[in-house]
Design a protein around this ligand. Structure first.
Ligand SMILES: Cc1cc2nc3c(=O)[nH]c(=O)nc-3n(C[C@H](O)[C@H](O)[C@H](O)COP(=O)(O)O)c2cc1C
Length: 242
């Protein structure tokens, strides 16, 4: 099956600013400064709890989109638990590392980045979640939450959240097999993952809000990914509800 339609859909449904929009040069400058601080440090996450926790039905009942957050840090173990719930490895089956969320063809096209503003023992910065060894790789130091909020059409709660999960799709992981139809699967995969994370958050009495309104390529530039290969498709703000 041809892959063209899927990429065209993805590209033509992007929010984009007007070419000479206000603040464009300042934004670009801020992003470049962050990239000067590129690091590549691996940070193991505390092992997740795989057995206990808030009852599922209670979490389903209590989940609400939360857009007002306290200025209070979240523990590293809470972040670890949410990342594991979102897309952690639960079983090895042959060459496949199966995860908490289903994925078309077990191809796992969604990657998770974490923009940390206030997490105990973690420096503010941008991190990449590595499910296979349940760790984070720090991309760079520096709080990008205000840039994220700005890129998300000024949804200020992103700058108040303790951290934001940024879900990207690495298209080729799925399209090599399913062609353009793979784009449907990619978006469905992201929904499963985000819901897992939202339920884990409420189980830890944290609040979360999914966000899909953003200027795609501004967030891609913050991540330093090549949008032709990998693009931001969803965000989840997480913090203590006010
Ligand atoms: C795909 C998707 C995109 C969303 N994007 C945004 C967003 O950009 N900003 C926002 O404040 N809420 C966003 N939401 C949250 C919805 O507004 C929210 O889920 C809805 O109002 C129902 O409320 P509840 O989540 O509390 O049940 C989004 C939800 C979904 C599923």
């Amino acid at each position: 099956m041809k892959q063209v339609i899927g990429y065209q859909f993805q590209t033509e449904t992007k929010y984009q600013r007007e070419p000479y929009s206000a603040g464009a040069i300042e934004r670009q400058g801020k992003r470049e400064k962050l990239r000067e601080k590129l690091t590549d440090t691996a940070i193991p996450l505390p092992p997740p709890d795989r057995e206990n926790g808030w009852p599922l039905y209670r979490a389903l009942n209590d989940r609400r989109s939360v857009r007002e957050f306290q200025n209070r840090p979240v523990t590293l173990s809470a972040l670890s638990q949410i990342l594991w719930a979102a897309s952690g490895v639960t079983q090895k089956a042959g060459d496949f590392l199966l995860r908490t969320a289903p994925s078309a063809g077990a191809l796992y096209p969604i990657d998770i980045y974490v923009s940390v503003r206030s997490v105990e023992t973690l420096k503010p910065g941008l991190y990449h979640f590595l499910p296979a060894n349940h760790s984070l790789r720090q991309r760079y130091e520096g709080d990008i939450s205000e840039l994220l909020a700005d890129a998300a059409l000024n949804q200020d709660f992103l700058a108040e959240a303790s951290f934001n999960l940024i879900f990207t799709a690495v298209f080729e992981r799925t399209t090599w097999k399913y062609g353009s139809r793979g784009f449907r699967y990619i978006y469905l995969d992201a929904g499963h993952i985000a819901q897992n994370a939202a339920l884990a958050a409420v189980s830890l009495r944290l609040g979360s809000c999914p966000v899909a309104a953003f200027f795609d390529d501004e967030i891609n530039a913050l991540l330093g990914v090549n949008p032709a290969r990998e693009s931001t498709i969803y965000l989840l703000a997480v913090g203590w509800p006010r």
